[in-house]
Design a protein. Structure first.
Length: 142
C-alpha cells in the first residue's frame, strides 16, 4: 500500500503552466494556490484563510481518476491548482483552459465556512476558517 509517487506528465504540465500564465496576465484569476503540499485540502484551506472568506466544494466534481475522498483531498500530484475566478471571468477563463484538465468544483462563501462535500457521502467537512487558521498558527505561537 502506498509508494505510488505521482508522475509528472511534462507535456501536459507545460501546456497548463502556459495557459495559467496567460490567465494571470489577462487578470482572470482572483487567487491561485498549488496543490503540492497537503494536496487539495490544504490548498483550499490556505486559499480560504488568506482571503478571509469561506469555500464550498464538491469532491464528486473533481477531475480525478479514482473517486475517493481521501485521495482527492490529499494527493500531492504535480501541476494542480486551486483557483478562484470571479463569475464575470469564468467563461473566458474556461475558454483559456480548453485542452487542459480542469473542473469547476465549488464557490467562495461569504460566511467564513469551509465546507467539503464528499464523493458520495454528503458533507464531510464543515468548519469555520477562523478555527482552521487558529489551529494552523498555534504550533508557531501565534
Amino acid at each position: 500500500i502506498g509508494c505510488n509517487v505521482p508522475q509528472v506528465r511534462a507535456d501536459a504540465a507545460k501546456r497548463l503552466y502556459r495557459v495559467m500564465t496567460m490567465a494571470v496576465e489577462k487578470g482572470l484569476l482572483a487567487s491561485a494556490h498549488g496543490c503540492y503540499r497537503g494536496g487539495l485540502a490544504v490548498a483550499l484551506a490556505m486559499t480560504a484563510m488568506a482571503g478571509g472568506h469561506g469555500v464550498e466544494v464538491d469532491l464528486g466534481k473533481a477531475p480525478a481518476e479514482v473517486k475517493n475522498n481521501d485521495r482527492i483531498l490529499y494527493s500531492e500530484s504535480a501541476s494542480r491548482f486551486v483557483v478562484t475566478v470571479s463569475p464575470r471571468n469564468q467563461g473566458l477563463f474556461e475558454k483559456v483552459l480548453q485542452g487542459n484538465i480542469f473542473s469547476h468544483i465549488g464557490f467562495v462563501r461569504d460566511d467564513g465556512k469551509f465546507v467539503v462535500k464528499g464523493v458520495e457521502s454528503g458533507t464531510i467537512i464543515r468548519q469555520d476558517i477562523k478555527e482552521l487558521k487558529k489551529a494552523w498558527q498555534s504550533p508557531f505561537g501565534v
